[in-house]
Design a protein around this ligand. Structure first.
Ligand code: RTP
Ligand code: MG
Length: 149
């Protein structure tokens, strides 16, 4: 089913010049970019984004990492975008992130894992509303020649 998901390139992804390769993976998989911006997040935005994790022992380090530089916030649209977005990003634990996934190709530390993907359709809706105003989401039909995706 056609869905949207929230994908974010974390500060280390930008510092490591991985913006274009990460975007390419979503384009290559046939997803359509409908929103994108570079944001240096506020503390409150990160607290809201990771609201479920604020009591975890690793949260202070996670927050410091997420505030250490700008991030690229994006909304991607396509079939099963939330589930496939997670598959493209790969597992949280570096020992389980398979080669071929973004994390499996670029990361070996859970605390420096380059990219975020919404973990469900419901999380995607919440995160998109948190990071984007409705008018920042583009509504357009990708050129469909009948044989591209
Ligand atoms: P994300 O939300 O960033 O896409 O990551 P995720 O779903 O794969 O993992 P989640 O459980 O939501 O955790 C969010 C981020 O917190 C950091 N983390 N550190 N044990 C640890 O030190 C630990 N566990 C999680 C990671 O940066 C993870 O992406
Ligand atoms: Mg998560």
């Amino acid at each position: 089913m056609e869905e949207t998901t929230f994908i974010m390139i974390k500060p280390d992804g930008i510092q490591r010049r991985l913006v274009a390769p990460i975007i390419a993976r979503f384009e290559n998989r046939g997803f359509t970019l409908v929103a994108i911006k570079l944001v240096h997040a506020s503390e409150s935005l990160i607290d809201q984004h990771y609201a479920e994790l604020t009591s975890k022992p690793f949260y202070p380090g996670l927050k410091q990492y997420m505030l250490s530089g700008p991030v690229v916030a994006m909304v991607w649209k396509g079939k099963s975008a939330a589930a496939l977005g997670r598959a493209i990003v790969g597992a949280t634990n570096p020992k389980e992130s398979a080669p071929g996934t973004i994390r499996g190709d670029y990361c070996n530390d859970v605390g420096r894992n380059v990219v975020h993907a919404s973990d469900s359709v419901e999380s995607a809706k919440r995160e998109i509303a948190l990071w984007f105003k409705p008018e920042e989401i583009a509504h357009y039909a990708p050129c469909d020649l009948g044989w591209v995706y």
